[in-house]
Design a protein around this ligand. Sequence first.
Ligand code: NAP
Length: 309
Amino acid sequence: MIKTDIVIIGAGPAACSAAIYTLRAGLKTIMLGGASLGGQLLQTNDIENYPGFIEPVGGFELMDRMHKQCKRLGAEILGETVVKIDTSAKPFKLFTQSGKEYEALSVIIATGAAARWLGAKGEAEYKGKGVSACATCDGFFFRGKEVCVIGGGNTAFEDALFLTNFCTKVYLVHRRAGFRADATTVQKAKNHPKIEMLIPYVVDEIKGENGSVNAAVLKNTQDAALKEVKVQGVFVAVGSVPQTAFLAGSGIETMPDGTVKIVNRTQTTVEGIFTAGDCADAIYRQAVVAAGSGAKAAIDAIAYVNLHK
Ligand code: NAP
């Protein structure tokens, strides 16, 4: 049993920002960041909307800086995945996949969100064999190839632009005429000679040969006509789902969309357990918002611990 004042579940911007506050308040803080230690930002290329960086900063670099800042202040950042929280008694008990047990006076849940998949035929079969949800991680393998990106949000557009560094052709497939992505990024993609927009289409099937993708069958959302594009890669960028399934049965309730339910300020349905970042945010889901909400959760957790220590 490892005892601490605060356990922060996560290691992304919300978790790091929370840790900076709890550490500077003199509270022993352990961050259990799961296997990826840094979440979605690690899969982001150039971030241009995080204050303090005059030039775009890479997602990996930004996360690395945050982790180093937390460590300098005394955080322990561990690649442990929390599978269960026992809230029936205080201090709270947390159990990890590797069989470790932690005891904490307060917990901040900042587990973020993970890629949403399409559920199309062939998608699961060809995952890792041409189907990917991470252009940053896998784009390099598609040098000289033709690929499609599915989605109309910032991720899809940024992925499409990033993939032009390697690919000869990038189809951006979106199900309707409007985009969620910001106008500047949309315009950059529209102006790019390697990017072709295929709208309004959804993926009907991903086909392959000899164990790797060789085509995507698209269905027109207006007239249901099918169109096959010869691509060797399909990058799925259709949003994310909050990583909160492990909370089931803990008393920490979630909303119908999977985000952590907040009852007061940043407090969850269990007093002493707080939440921040994309796991509790169905609307904004920005690194800077996550960082801000991490500070808020920490301020609430510090007040709670100081009252109950
Ligand atoms: P998003 O904004 O939720 O966009 C998801 C896109 O996928 C939408 O265009 C949606 O279409 C489409 N979609 C959803 N389910 C689909 C399905 N089953 N089949 C086909 N298309 C489907 O997700 P995101 O792009 O990952 O962005 C998430 C958040 O992070 C956003 O707030 C975004 O602004 C932010 N973000 C910011 C940056 C940046 O600022 N640098 C970079 C990346 C992400 P509809 O529009 O028709 O619903």
